[in-house]
Design a protein around this ligand. Sequence first.
Ligand code: SF4
Length: 242
Amino acid sequence: MRYRDGRRSLCLSSQSGCPLTCSFCATGQMRFARNLTSSEILDQALHFRRTEPVDHAVFMGMGEPMLNHDAVLDAARQLPGLGITHRRTTISTVGWLPGLRRFVDDVEEPIRLALSLHAPTEELRSELMPVNERYPLSDALDECRRYFDLRRRKVFVEYVMLRGVNDRVEQARALADLLDPKVFKVNLIPYNPTGMYAGSTRKAIAAFKEVLDDARIPATVRLTRGRDIDAACGQLAAVAAG
Ligand code: SF4
């Protein structure tokens, strides 16, 4: 996949299917099969590199990377051999705490961390992401702050924009209240409609971003890479497993 600014970015999967069943995610509706091995993860990168050079990688395809921590880290550590530096590698998590704690404690390389947040309250987040019942948002945010304190690297917050569900201005204010601008940077992700939810309008996304801007929370709207192949973040289903 390619960004319009010329970056050539890979979206890597860590599992076949995903057991965490987030309600907005096509992968979560599939049957979970298994963790991928580090070789299978690297094969995805090699597959894309055969057709064009790549220089960024995000672990945001199928699966929760922190449920497959060892294989994901092993693959991520080998990506520089394919021309993707650690600083250009991002591992995303819903906040699966056992894996996230290990990442914070053990990973000294400047691999980036992203938290899939998606809702500014525990209640709504539990509705959208059942994992929140087990590992609440407040604990995941604490762990991200610990990461910043230890590594001095910002954490990306991923927030998929669902029309009428999590995209209201007051929800943007609630999100701003949760986040310290020194620690977090927000990516607002236009939703790739899958029949489960509608995506937010451009106007709603702009209004949401304006609230974050006013609160001085760094925020960008992600370019809609992957839409054409049904593989925008967290929405990768078997059709694009590759
Ligand atoms: S969003 Fe991520 S963690 Fe949630 S079901 Fe989809 S792949 Fe799994």
